[in-house]
Design a protein. Sequence first.
Lengths: 115, 111
Amino acid sequence: DADVTQTPRNRITKTGKRIMLECSQTKGHDRMYWYRQDPGLGLRLIYYSFDVKDINKGEISDGYSVSRQAQAKFSLSLESAIPNQTALYFCATSVGGGMGTDTQYFGPGTRLTVL
Amino acid sequence: QKEVEQDPGPLSVPEGAIVSLNCTYSNSAFQYFMWYRQYSRKGPELLMYTYSSGNKEDGRFTAQVDKSSKYISLFIRDSQPSDSATYLCAMRMRTGNQFYFGTGTSLTVIP
């Protein structure tokens, strides 16, 4: 089974709709991240969380919100979707804890299209 | 200026060729350097990890870091069609919470 899972894998929605993307992990990592990936722009950080009570904005948090329901679950919401939020969204985890060797492990991605 | 610059390619090589992928960066505080491989419609997967300057080899892959030039490279020897993917470099500082990614280089290895 995959260590980091995302649901749904694909979603088409309309402008103005509320959308939730979910991420679950079995790696036991404390840190979780949400990124979006756009052609030519690479991976951009939306939000990150170091534990259940710690939520931080990333580079492009406007128009998004998150919820860390448990150590293993981190959800991303688009309160009112707009077309320029069409992108590939990735959840990632890392061990954290100040370890210098901290690296990220990614889920399979959610392809979101906003019409 | 972006923190991490990476030529997007695309790069197309014949099978068996040596491939060189590169990233430059502007922040001298970066200490940890990673290469990720991303197949089409998949999430990035960690390929190589290096700390500070020097080389690291893993099978057909060699990661090289030149901190004096703020330049990192990934070499793929005896490239295979299965190496066809997008390769992303990433880096982070000793302290701090953020990973900085390049935009990725698309590689195709032609049989």
